[in-house]
Design a binder for this molecule. Structure first.
Ligand SMILES: [Zn+2]
Length: 135
């Protein structure tokens, strides 16, 4: 899922004001786990995530390109496990669903017991880091 953002609908003074604009852009799904929002309470059950955390990238707190439509679980998980500055310098990072295609980083593989395509194989370091963080 690559996201073509288009024009910034703002400016707004709160990130939450971008949520109705982010919803159709992210096809009513969480940017990270891809869960449809209708299973999570619709737009009210979703959050506006700062891909680059506002605690470190304060200037990006209202930057349209840094705001992602995310479920609360992924949003809180993501914030907790975002790479430290040292890890970032070493190349640790999350796969960016707006800039990269998940198919280049993850592949569904069959479960060895059931044969169902339900296991995820990481194809890159960023995918491994993301998979560990989001479990
Ligand atoms: Zn999610």
């Amino acid at each position: 899922m690559r996201i073509e953002r288009g024009r910034d609908p703002g400016p707004f003074c709160k990130a939450a004001q971008y949520k109705p604009h982010l919803r159709p852009l992210f096809r009513r799904r969480c940017a990270y786990c891809l869960m449809p929002d209708d299973r999570l309470g619709g737009e009210d059950g979703m959050t506006v995530d700062h891909f680059r955390p506002e605690s470190r990238y304060h200037d990006l707190r209202l930057a349209w390109a840094n705001l992602y439509y995310a479920c609360s679980v992924c949003n809180s998980q993501y914030k907790r496990d975002y790479p430290t500055l040292e890890e970032e310098r070493a190349g640790k990072r999350f796969v960016d669903p707006c800039e990269e295609d998940y198919d280049d980083h993850f592949r569904l593989v069959p479960d060895p017991v059931t044969g169902a395509l339900c296991r995820v194989r990481s194809l890159s370091e960023a995918a491994e880091y993301s998979a560990l963080a989001f479990r």
